[in-house]
Design a protein around this ligand. Structure first.
Ligand SMILES: [Zn+2]
Length: 131
């Protein structure tokens, strides 16, 4: 682990979407589909700062799931297809548009947190050494 060297500032969307470390761009962010690693195996960056909370789910619901559901409603209203059309078309469209974007969005949000040094707000008192 080489934490004393300097790293170039990497664009969050370039490394986050790929699930790479926001500091070095080489290590991995995830240990599972959405589970975060504890740190980068290449540069040693501690990922404990990462807290995207419901951010990825919010973006997926707004920009992917809602259009997919609207497509399904339009399909039903316009064509009144058989139940099986929804099983083989609507259900996969909804599942794919809701599940696949979660990981790249979570990676992008975590990398953005690192890039912008976003953290929980705190009161700064006069004489605080962290000020
Ligand atoms: Zn790294």
């Amino acid at each position: 682990m080489s934490q004393d060297r300097t790293y170039p500032r990497l664009e969050p969307w370039k490394v986050g979407v790929k699930g790479r470390c926001p500091r070095c761009g080489k290590g991995h962010l995830f240990s599972g589909f959405l589970a975060m690693r504890e740190g980068c195996e290449v540069c040693g960056l501690d990922y404990s700062y990462a807290d995207p909370a419901d951010g990825p789910a919010f973006f997926v619901v707004c920009f992917a799931c809602l259009p997919a559901v609207l497509f399904t409603v339009w399909l039903e209203v316009a064509f009144e297809p058989s139940f099986w059309v929804h099983i083989f078309v609507s259900l996969p469209v909804i599942l794919l548009t809701c599940i696949l974007p979660l990981r790249p969005l979570k990676g992008w949000l975590v990398a953005s947190q690192f890039y912008h040094k976003a953290e929980e707000g705190r009161l700064v008192m006069r004489g605080d050494p962290r000020d």
